[in-house]
Design a protein around this ligand. Structure first.
Ligand SMILES: NC(=O)c1ccc[n+]([C@@H]2O[C@H](COP(=O)([O-])OP(=O)(O)OC[C@H]3O[C@@H](n4cnc5c(N)ncnc54)[C@H](OP(=O)(O)O)[C@@H]3O)[C@@H](O)[C@H]2O)c1
Length: 164
């Protein structure tokens, strides 16, 4: 299967009301939203020519929640989730599978200062490959992410409470 994996991402650890938050948001949107958009545009015809293939977008549990310490990053991951859903619609006719991978803290450089439990990158990758093989659209890679997804339709929705 021919794959485009949009994994590159940055986080500037900015709240919305902090000084410089607009600059942080622009930088994060550039990498986390406009990057996958540009790559998807560039590779969609190549995927089509190779039988459909798949696009994997690495998203976050923060696509659904806004964490104040990473508010602008969260917004960029919400935008990337919408991009993922829109690309799935636009690429369905050419047989390209579009998979959104949602995960909470993961044991990489990005989360090196975060204490506590983190997902293992190898486990996220394994689940992603399994989803590709099974023809699934979404990976919920860890327990927190699965709980948050379920909590979106709770009353009140989990995103309405204090986060972080
Ligand atoms: N770690 C977490 O807790 C966590 C949780 C949820 C989602 N995610 C998402 O997981 C994905 C992978 O992040 P990570 O945790 O592996 O972070 P990371 O350790 O900081 O690695 C990010 C990678 O993205 C690359 N990158 C950043 N900006 C780029 C650009 N403009 N063009 C090309 N490459 C660029 C970096 O390359 P250089 O080193 O060369 O700059 C680096 O290889 C990201 O989309 C992130 O948002 C991470």
């Amino acid at each position: 299967m021919t794959l485009l994996i949009n994994n590159a991402g940055i986080g500037r650890s900015s709240s919305f009301l902090a000084a410089g938050s607009a600059d942080a948001a622009r930088a994060e949107l550039e990498t986390n939203f406009f990057g996958p958009l540009a790559l998807s545009q560039a590779f969609a015809p190549i995927l089509k020519a190779n039988g459909g293939g798949a696009i994997v977008n690495v998203l976050s549990v923060l696509s659904w929640l806004n964490l104040s310490a990473a508010a602008t990053y969260s917004a960029s991951k919400s935008a990337a989730w919408s991009l993922t859903n829109g690309l799935r619609n636009e690429l369905r006719a050419q047989g390209t599978q579009v998979v959104g991978v949602h995960v909470a803290f993961t044991d990489t450089d990005m989360a090196r200062t975060v204490p506590g439990p983190k997902a293992e990158p190898q486990d996220v990758a394994r689940q992603t490959l399994a989803a590709l093989e099974a023809g699934q659209d979404e990976v919920l890679a860890d327990g927190l992410t699965r709980n948050v997804k379920q909590g979106l339709s709770a009353q009140p929705g989990v995103y309405l409470g204090q986060v972080g």
